[in-house]
Design a protein around this ligand. Structure first.
Ligand code: FAD
Length: 288
């Protein structure tokens, strides 16, 4: 039996209609596992941001599991970012995931808004002046694509902690060794704050392969071999996905990891299956 694990689930804000119905249904299935928080991503601009804001306020109004609002710096002057954070705090938000963000569609190299926060470390410092938020930031076990090397990426992570971040949630990865080496290097660089592994149970291997190339997460050959030939077989794929993600988590638990951040892609079954394999059960009261 595993020790009590701290878990969190990441969702993206759904469009109105069936996606929204699916979002709330997935949330209702995962909430009884008592995550520390469920986090809601923040889009690159326009309607996606409005959707994040609307969904976050709906989560706050509903009560229950604590939401964490992702917030990015991209394309926004500081006063607007600060005003939104103040507004969220007034609405009852206590947790933020502070990010730099990327240019819309990843179509150009990152350029800060002339009056905006230049990076996540500056955003963390700004949020610390606004409210006593619990602040998570991003970390990259395989190095952020914009970073020259892992050493400078770790310097950047350290700046985020020095600015007041409470923990880092990592980009997803598929080899336990990738995270364990990263954790060792972070410790050597003097980082003592919690690094929470980001776990992505793979619902659609073809889609994840294409996306991973853009965000610097590598796909090991053994993983590609597991999913080979399953593109038209979603049922078998789901079984392979749940087994693969729970193996990864068990390996990390054996190395002392005590918490996970699950990328749910707004779907409950895979994360539920993995949590179950890790010994997590819904609380009786909410499951009744
Ligand atoms: P930062 O920590 O600011 O750094 C990004 C890169 O720039 C690093 O390589 C860093 O080394 C370099 N850098 C930063 N400052 C300096 C400096 N002063 N000097 C030199 N180099 C510097 N994106 C979204 O749009 N919305 C989301 O909701 C979202 N959620 C995410 C959640 C998680 C858990 C993760 C891991 C990522 C998420 N992202 C999201 C993606 C994220 O916005 C991108 O990966 C983005 O490119 C980097 O954001 P960051 O906060 O890590 O940036």
């Amino acid at each position: 039996m595993n020790p009590r694990l701290d878990i969190s689930f990441e969702f993206f804000p759904p469009a109105a209609g069936p996606a929204e119905v699916g979002f709330w249904a997935a949330l209702d299935r995962l909430a009884p596992l008592e995550p520390a928080f469920i986090s809601l991503t923040y889009g690159a601009g326009g309607t996606t941001r409005e959707r994040s804001d609307r969904t976050l306020r709906a989560l706050l109004a509903r009560g229950g599991v604590a939401p964490a609002g992702h917030l990015t710096c991209v394309g926004t002057p500081r006063n607007e970012t600060d005003a939104l954070a103040r507004d969220w705090a007034r609405a009852g938000l206590t947790r933020v995931v502070a990010l730099r963000g990327d240019m819309p569609g990843l179509k150009a190299p990152y350029a800060p808004h002339p009056q905006g926060y230049r990076n996540a470390a500056e955003l963390v410092a700004g949020l610390r002046r606004i409210a006593p938020f619990d602040i998570s930031v991003a970390a990259y076990p395989e190095c952020h694509p914009d970073s020259a090397d892992l050493a400078s990426d770790l310097d950047n992570l350290k700046r985020k902690f020095d600015a007041g971040a409470d923990r880092a949630l990592t980009q997803y990865f598929f080899d336990a060794e990738t995270f364990l080496r990263f954790r060792d290097r972070a410790a050597s660089a003097g980082i003592a704050a919690p690094l929470v592994p980001g776990i992505l149970p793979i619902a659609n291997f073809a889609r994840i392969s294409a996306f991973s190339a853009r965000c610097g997460a590598s796909i090991p050959a053994w993983l590609a071999a597991r999913f080979e030939g399953l593109d038209a077989d979603p049922e078998t794929r789901a079984l392979v996905a749940a087994t693969t993600a729970s193996e990864l988590c068990q390996r990390l638990i054996a190395e002392g990891v005590t918490g996970f951040h699950f990328y749910t892609l707004n779907q409950a079954p895979l994360s539920l299956a993995v949590c179950r394999m890790l010994g997590l059960r819904p609380t009786l009261q909410e499951a009744a």
